[in-house]
Design a protein around this ligand. Structure first.
Ligand code: ASP
Ligand code: MG
Length: 465
């Protein structure tokens, strides 16, 4: 049923560079509009969120931020004049008013300091500006759009900079704010990334959060009897079998399961927001990743289940990690040692990327980002328990993490054997291994100098090139 089908399209910041891009958005809308009711979710212009964060940080240190703020203004001004020509005046006025608002917030930070809440209120302007601009441009091109800031309906918890949606309230608000626009046959043009908490303060969904805005909207618009789909327009054609940085012959993966997407699309590639899948997987809403820059039908489709498929779907890696090893007789059969290590990391905001413990129990190895490596070691050495002489704490900074991912690995015996014998034959030394009980991911640590070769060997072993 055509008019029951809803398509939510996220327009990434890399799709908003010049007049040609804006014109292409019109073509895309025309392509899909006959088959779907459309909802557009828009990211900030490329680089603007970073610039806003930098201005906020400078203001906190009482450093001059005017060059950056002016840069933000000029970037928007240029695009507005380019795409709206004679009709640019009201949009430029809106831009100037909003730059003044950002300025007020920065002055407040100079005076009273920056907080996570204030940072969200500052970064939110990236999406506010880009979305307003696109909405006005589309109206000018004769497309019926309604500009809708997401903080008018998307309600989250209070975790500033990385908020999670409160689905019950948000769903009610979507019914009230978004559905009437669709029913009138208009296209809501919605700010990605930003939201509000119950108190009404601006929150954001974490970096790359516009993907999440799109999936949250899909969740809220899905009914038993309608068809809802998502297209994320990006500067790549989809998720690849391996990083092209290390494997030039890597291919686009045509179909991924939600579980694989969670492992592959974030880990290493950071192609998707880490939590965006969770809003749609129960409802089985399909997501497509498509390339805005290429006229190609090649893309990645992310779905619940897939037909026949090879055992390994893709490889991912984190090039720069630090490996920490806690070793000691005292750990054997003392319950709670692992918990104490990871509590300490958690309490100090250190994200643990992988954990591996031998069954002899006398050592635990874990991985953190390279930046956290020294701090993780120091925290352990300075802690009352692990600082004692019967523990040895080691850290290695010259390692990388590789993950082999595939839904079909579960239940196929011998995959781990194939991975490690292929690498063993080529004399690649494995430092530690971890496999989740879901069996969809085998992760291991190698020396960074072996990373490229490791990816090349596995890509050939599992037919990924
Ligand atoms: N503008 C935000 C960011 O750069 C959100 C997004 O692009 O999805 O992280
Ligand atoms: Mg972005």
């Amino acid at each position: 049923m055509a008019d029951e089908s809803i398509l939510i399209m996220k327009i990434g910041g890399s799709c908003l560079r010049n007049a040609e891009d804006f014109d292409k958005i019109v073509q895309i809308i025309k392509n899909y509009h006959s088959r779907y009711k459309l909802v557009l979710v828009v990211s900030a212009l490329s680089g603007v969120t970073d610039l806003l964060i930098q201005t906020a940080k400078r203001s906190e240190k009482k450093e001059d931020y005017n060059d950056l703020l002016n840069g933000i203004k000029v970037k928007h001004e240029k695009i507005v004049k380019e795409i709206l020509k004679d009709y640019h005046i009201p949009v430029i006025e809106y831009l100037e008013d909003n730059i003044k608002e950002i300025e007020k917030r920065l002055e407040d930070c100079v005076e009273y300091g920056l907080s996570c809440a204030k940072l969200d209120s500052i970064t939110s302007y990236g999406e506010i500006l880009s979305t307003f601009i696109l909405s006005n441009y589309l109206k000018n091109r004769g497309i019926n759009t309604v500009y809708l800031p997401a903080n008018s309906f998307l309600v989250t918890d209070d975790v500033y900079n990385d908020a999670l949606p409160l689905f019950d309230i948000t769903k009610k608000m979507v019914k009230y704010k978004v559905i009437p626009i669709l029913e009138k046959g208009f296209i809501p043009i919605i700010t990605g990334f930003i939201a509000r908490n119950k108190e009404g303060h601006i929150t954001t969904l974490g970096r790359g959060g516009s993907d999440f805005t799109a999936t949250i909207l899909a969740h809220c618009l899905k009914k038993d009897d309608n068809d809802v789909r998502i297209i994320l327009w990006k500067d790549v054609s989809g998720v690849m079998t391996a990083s092209p940085k290390f494997e030039p012959n890597a291919k686009i993966i045509d179909t991924l399961t939600y579980a694989e997407a969670k492992e592959l699309a974030y880990f290493g590639a950071k192609l998707l927001h880490p939590r965006c899948i969770y809003a749609v997987e129960d409802l089985k809403i399909p997501i497509e990743i498509r390339n805005f820059d290429k006229e190609t039908n090649e893309h990645t489709l992310i779905v619940d289940k897939r037909e026949e498929h090879s055992i390994v779907t893709g490889l991912a890696q984190i090039e720069n990690v630090a490996m920490i090893t806690v070793e000691g007789e005292a750990m054997v059969s003392i319950p709670g040692t692992a918990a104490k290590i990871f509590d300490l990391m958690g309490a100090n905001n250190i994200n643990v990327l992988m954990i591996s413990q031998a069954s002899s129990e006398n050592n635990i190895t874990f991985l953190v980002t390279l930046d956290d490596g020294d701090r993780a070691k120091d925290l352990l050495i300075q802690s009352p328990l692990f600082g004692k002489k019967w523990f040895k704490i080691k850290r290695e900074l010259n390692v990388s993490l590789v993950a082999v991912v595939g839904e079909n690995m579960g239940g196929t015996p011998g995959v781990a054997g194939r991975i490690f014998s292929a690498l063993g034959k080529k004399k690649i030394n494995i430092r530690a291994i971890a496999q989740g009980s879901s069996e969809i991911n085998v992760s291991f640590i190698i020396l960074r100098k072996d990373l490229r070769r490791t990816i090349n060997i596995l890509a050939r072993e599992f037919d990924l090139v």
